[in-house]
Design a protein around this ligand. Structure first.
Ligand code: GDP
Ligand code: IMO
Ligand code: MG
Length: 432
């Protein structure tokens, strides 16, 4: 059998583009679905048969029997959150341990990592990142500092002593920061209660196959099996290329697939870049096209733009083409997927930013966080379609104004929009 490559689905904006929906939609074409970075800061929503499901750590292929879901080495796992996700799936009749494997090299988010995340955000005051406070930053910090705990450590007889050693270091750091640990709560639990629940999650993880997933994936590719890598966050939150320091702590771009799964760059196949027909962002940091007016409120209302993980209202604005070009370049996108066009159904006029203006220079280069403050934007206005997309199943049946909008984006990005999403449900999908 011919060797296959890893296809990738990732977000081209600041997260929440609809990655989860499209992993679920495309899963039937694949054998293995693998998360490669991030952790429970992600909230991926799937809808089918009238029910909505939100996943945080578990890959979005989990509802398909016969498919293998993999939590790769680049992912961070909070045992408590994972256990909660597992319980919810069991209530829905899905047994994740039959369909999911976990890399032995994935790092563990300790309860104290979550507290450190909260303490660091608190100490930053107005300059806070707006983190999801799931412990992502501190856990990747420990990974890079080579003192983190990995999934394989839970199989070691010394696990508890390793855990206690790292925990003690964290507690010292919190004391140094004068953090009020005694009254701190995690998920509405005292720290002690949370720790107990987290340990129960560690026990739950032992029921899963813990593997050297880099061998597993490469063997699968050699056998011609099809692998889909599921990104979390968005390209503009990438730790290197995003709007630093207002980013997450991992490489959310295609490069992250290589380090987060152990796959060589030459083994990357298609890259599906998902973007909303407009833009959103949760948390702090630059957002050039952000709207602070009634149109922004309307996008939030029509798009139900509230975070899947934290419930925070998402900031909303128009589509930003230079930011999109930047992400397409970084990710090596081969196919575009546009979501939430239906959210624009009632807009008389749609705008998109086609360049930034710095001084008297128009540029297409994504500005640095400092430059962002001084840029003006150049916008193009296009007529809206002012009609519902309900029940439309082919590209040709879409309103002409929407097709003009999408084809304008295709011409500008020189990439084909292969899939148009017209609603949250699996079935509200137009494949071209
Ligand atoms: P992810 O993090 O990229 O998986 O995206 P989220 O799940 O956080 O946010 C996307 C939201 O948009 C979810 O509530 C989806 O159900 C919803 N959604 C996805 N595609 C569409 C679409 O085409 N139209 C509408 N109206 N909602 C969509
Ligand atoms: P999905 O996978 C949107 C944002 C946070 C914050 C910044 C850093 O659902 O698209 P972190 O907790 O990672 O330290 O937060 O990144 N952020 C996301 N925004 N969608 C996400 O994931 C996000 N994950 C993190 O709001 O601004
Ligand atoms: Mg999300």
């Amino acid at each position: 059998m011919e060797k296959s490559k890893v296809d990738v689905i990732l977000g081209l904006q600041w997260g929440d583009e609809g990655k989860g929906k499209f992993v679920d939609v495309l899963t039937p074409k694949y054998d293995i679905i693998a998360r490669f970075q991030g952790g429970p800061n992600a909230g991926h929503t799937l809808e089918f048969n009238g029910t909505k499901h939100v996943l945080h750590t578990i890959p979005s292929g989990i509802f398909h029997p016969e498919k293998v879901n993999l939590i790769g080495n680049g992912v961070l796992i909070d045992a408590y959150i994972l256990m909660k996700e597992i319980s919810l799936l069991r209530e829905k009749g899905v047994e994740p341990s039959e369909r999911m494997k976990i890399s032995d090299k994935a790092n563990l988010i300790l309860p104290t990592h979550r507290i450190l995340d909260a303490a660091m955000e608190q100490s930053k005051g107005a300059a806070k990142i707006g983190s999801t406070v799931k412990g992502i930053g501190p856990t990747y910090t420990d990974k890079a500092a080579r003192c983190g705990l990995r999934v394989k450590d839970i199989l070691s007889p010394n696990f508890i002593s390793k855990y206690e050693k790292l925990r003690a270091q964290h507690i010292q750091m919190l004391k140094d920061m004068h953090f009020d640990l005694a009254s701190h709560q995690i998920e509405n639990m005292s720290v002690d209660a949370y720790e107990e629940a987290w340990m129960a999650g560690i026990e739950e993880m032992r029921h899963f196959e813990i593997i050297q997933s880099e061998y597993y994936i490469n063997d699968a590719l050699a056998k011609g099996l099809k692998v889909l890598a599921e990104g979390a966050q968005g390209s503009l939150l990438d730790v290197d290329f995003g709007s630093y320091p207002f980013v997450t702590s991992s490489n959310t771009t295609t490069a992250g697939v290589c380090s987060g799964l152990g796959v060589a760059p030459s083994n990357i196949g298609k890259v599906y870049g998902v973007f909303k027909a407009y833009c959103t962002r949760v948390g702090s940091g630059p957002f050039p096209t952000e709207l602070f007016d009634a149109e922004g409120d309307k996008l939030r209302k029509e798009g139900r733009e509230f975070g899947s993980t934290t419930g925070r209202p998402r900031r909303c604005g128009w589509l930003d083409l230079p930011a999109l070009y930047y992400a397409i370049m970084l990710d090596g996108v081969t196919d575009l997927i546009v979501t939430k066009s239906d959210v624009l159904n009632t807009f008389e006029r749609i705008r998109l930013c086609d360049g930034y203006v710095l001084g008297d220079k128009k540029m297409n280069v994504f500005p640095s966080t400092d430059e962002m403050e001084n840029i003006d934007l150049s916008y193009i206005d296009m007529p809206g379609w002012e009609t519902s997309l309900e029940g439309l199943t082919s590209y040709e049946s879409l309103p002409q104004a929407l097709r003009t909008y999408l084809e304008f984006i295709e011409n500008k990005t020189k990439k084909k929009i292969s899939i148009v999403s017209t609603g949250p449900d699996r079935s509200q999908t137009i494949l071209r």
